[in-house]
Write a protein that binds this ligand. Structure first.
Ligand code: BJW
Length: 224
């Protein structure tokens, strides 16, 4: 199971590429690359500080909660990987979430490589609780960087019974290639999205808002 920004849209978090999305006010290459961070760390820290500050103001929606219900029944048989850096899956009740693009609620010290739970700003260059240097950056994966946990993800994907993609545009790799990887392993594939994604080789598409599609689909699965 792969989720993207669309699953959090109805909670009030902007997607990236939709009209009024996060990129509307920013060029991706100005805020989501290591080069951008080197060139203008304050701009990049502000972009992520604002998004971190927004988290307490939003709540998980019915789609997040439905996936938590599914996990209660399936346990380790559900492998949930999200591209989202928000914490709405966890706050919706999911306990086994793989954040392949990192997380807003941890900070990464590039000096000592320690990751620390974080809820405040990073713009003012706070010291790392581990080594005391001011080398904290958002613990997120930018373009050109290696997403987290790829070995585990590939192991879970290949040969899985069903691969479900929820609310992602299918333009950012490697996540956009997961459907092909699952298909190569013989899996059935399903897309739940407001609009068909760019990588639309799924066996089945259901079109609509995640807060409606996901609970309905989870009910079907749980009913057997
Ligand atoms: C709803 C809804 C509702 C709305 N209900 N649905 C060619 C081939 C392969 C790779 C590349 C390539 N060219 C370049 C690359 C590499 C690059 C890449 O993919 N670039 C593309 C732009 C072409 N990828 C990388 O660099 C990745 N690393 C990598 O490949 O490492 C390998 C490597 C490394 C080094 C050397 C050599 C190899 C890293 C990618 C990191 C992406 N990072 C970001 C930022 C993370 C931090 C942050 O959040 O700021 O991740 S970019 C941004 O896009 C973010 C997202 O997770 C990601 C995906 O976005 P998502 O979730 O799909 O959102 P949207 O807005 O695009 O779509 C929203 C969807 O929701 C839409 O479909 C709507 O319809 C839907 N929706 N409302 C249901 N209510």
């Amino acid at each position: 199971m792969l989720t993207g920004a669309g699953i959090s849209a109805e909670s009030g978090l902007a997607t990236f590429r939709d009209a009024d999305g996060l990129w509307e006010g920013h060029h991706p290459e100005d805020v989501a690359t290591p080069e951008a961070f080197d060139a203008d760390p304050a701009l990049v820290q502000r972009f992520y500080d604002e998004r971190r500050r927004a988290l307490p103001r939003v709540q998980p929606n019915a789609a997040h909660r439905a996936l938590a219900r599914l996990e209660e029944t399936l346990g380790d048989d559900l492998f949930l990987v999200t591209q989202n850096i928000d914490d709405l899956h966890e706050r919706g009740g999911s306990t086994r979430v793989h954040h392949m693009h990192g997380s807003l609620v941890t900070a990464w010290c590039v000096a000592c490589d320690r990751r620390t739970p974080w809820s405040g700003d990073l713009l003012d260059q706070p010291p790392c609780p581990g080594c005391g240097t001011s080398a904290l950056r958002p613990d997120v994966v930018w373009f050109g960087e290696m997403p987290y946990g790829m070995d585990d993800i590939h192991r879970a994907l290949f040969g899985c019974e069903l691969f479900v993609s929820i609310g992602t545009s299918g333009v950012v790799y490697p996540a956009a290639g997961f459907v092909d990887y699952a298909l190569a392993g013989g899996s059935r594939t399903l897309e739940l999205n407001l609009e068909r994604a760019a990588n639309s080789d799924f066996h089945e598409h259901r079109q609509g808002p995640a807060s409606e599609l996901v609970p309905r689909w989870v009910d079907e699965v749980l009913a057997g």
